[in-house]
Unconditional design. Structure first.
Length: 201
């Protein structure tokens, strides 16, 4: 079951394209028939069959940062809180902060996708896309937060096992579309991609 999950994740990551413009987010991904020009290459390359002009992406970028610890609710509770005076109306127990950590560590994930300037364009029924994908994940042990809050007491031992991953690659794609007239218009398109690994550790 684990291998199947990994394979599905790998293929969905390799053959999908990152959100290239705000309209895709605004339409909750219902973008397949609306995408046009170079934006359609990673969504529905068949749309290039109706493309009549040149479209170029001069520069854009996407990034994200997520974690399994800090939330807006927790941030609001900690903002201006008193961690020492139990009689204070804004008192917030340090142990409650540690209880918010799921398991033995805080997981933080981030990534950035940057289409390379000018190399993302579509002219009539063909197009070229080139972008860099970089993702990272690292773990902060619960012990580190404990030391920050309560200090290092005498003769107390801590296990500090830091972990994480980093991966970066370039993705180059060539898209082509053709319109067939079968009594009604049929658009067929495809994208070939080349992946160039840059770093993994």
């Amino acid at each position: 079951m684990k291998k199947i999950t990994v394979y599905i994740f790998f293929f969905s990551w390799v053959f999908c394209q990152f959100n290239l413009e705000p309209r895709m987010l605004g339409m909750s991904g219902a973008y397949t028939t609306v995408a046009s020009g170079y934006q359609s290459m990673g969504v529905n390359p068949a749309n290039l069959a109706t493309n009549k002009s040149l479209s170029i992406n001069l520069f854009s970028g996407n990034l994200f940062l997520v974690n399994d610890f800090m939330s807006m609710d927790l941030y609001n509770n900690l903002n201006g809180a008193d961690f020492d005076n139990t009689a204070s109306t804004s008192y917030y127990a340090k142990s409650d902060i540690l209880d918010q950590i799921k398991g033995s560590e805080i997981e933080i994930e981030g990534g950035v996708v940057i289409p390379l300037p000018v190399l993302n364009f579509a002219y009539k029924n063909f197009g070229i896309s080139s972008l860099n994908r970089t993702y990272t994940k690292f773990d902060i042990p619960k012990t580190v937060i404990d030391i920050m809050l309560n200090g290092n007491t005498k003769d107390q031992r801590f296990m500090l096992g830091l972990g994480g991953e980093f991966i970066s690659c370039n993705e180059i794609g060539f898209s082509y579309a053709h319109k067939f007239n079968l009594g009604f218009p049929v658009h067929v398109g495809f994208t070939f991609k080349y992946l160039q690994g840059l770093a993994y550790f």
